[in-house]
Ligand binder design. Structure first.
Ligand code: HEC
Length: 187
């Protein structure tokens, strides 16, 4: 047995038959999400482009949100959704907004591609246990966050009901997610 297993109370519980619950850390939910603090603050998932799976994209032709909306989630979330039809507890959904340019290519006219112009990121983290009832960015089964390029360190949303929810009402029956753009969630 490796020393760190002996010293780590959580892991050693799996190995020791008589294991008191008091040995577990009080914060407990380290396994819930690497992007959520004990008080429910949501941090920017820095590594998402390499560590997650591309679920699908939207293209918005005009306006402030114009460009590609590329949406990512964990591979394990896709696998769980395919089994259960639901987003599992702790699932992360990241939407990245990228500017676009259009031009003529050998495939046709008016072909659009994304550029290096990053606009902002929307993040949702599935919470099926109502962990952070006192925190204004948690509710209706999710944590809700907005990150901007000049302030990636802090969630720019403070009240998900005012900042997010009304725009997601058309997707309410799909757990607030616009699943029609994510065919990979189905086998
Ligand atoms: C102006 C309306 C509007 C607001 C405000 C809004 N959303 Fe959305 N959101 C949408 C729409 C519509 C989509 C899917 C189509 C698109 O991206 O254009 C979407 C997609 C998403 C996605 C990708 C998963 C999905 O549901 O398809 C995430 C994550 C997300 N939003 C999070 C948030 C969070 C967090 C907030 C608040 C900080 C927020 N949204 C505020 C309209 C909105």
């Amino acid at each position: 047995m490796k020393l760190n297993k002996i010293l780590n109370p959580v892991r050693s519980c799996a190995l020791v038959a008589m294991c008191s619950l008091a040995a577990l850390p009080i914060s407990a939910d380290e396994a819930f999400s690497p992007y959520v603090s004990e008080s429910g603050d949501i941090s920017f998932p820095e590594d998402f482009r390499l560590s997650m799976t591309h679920m699908g994209s939207w293209f918005v032709p005009d306006g402030g949100a114009s460009g590609f909306h590329d949406v990512y989630t964990e591979r394990a979330t896709v696998e769980a959704f395919r089994e259960t039809g639901k987003f599992p507890d702790g699932a992360t959904v990241v939407k990245e907004l990228r500017a676009h340019e259009s031009g003529s290519y050998t495939t046709g006219q008016g072909v659009s591609h994304s550029t290096e112009g990053l606009k902002q990121w929307f993040v949702m983290i599935k919470d099926s246990k109502g962990r952070f009832a006192d925190n204004g960015v948690w509710g209706d089964g999710w944590g809700w966050a907005l990150f901007k390029p000049d302030s990636q360190g802090a969630n720019a949303a403070a009240d998900y009901k005012a900042d997010c929810l009304s725009c997601h009402i058309p997707a309410k029956d799909n757990d607030w997610i616009y699943t029609e753009a994510y065919p990979i969630l189905n086998k």
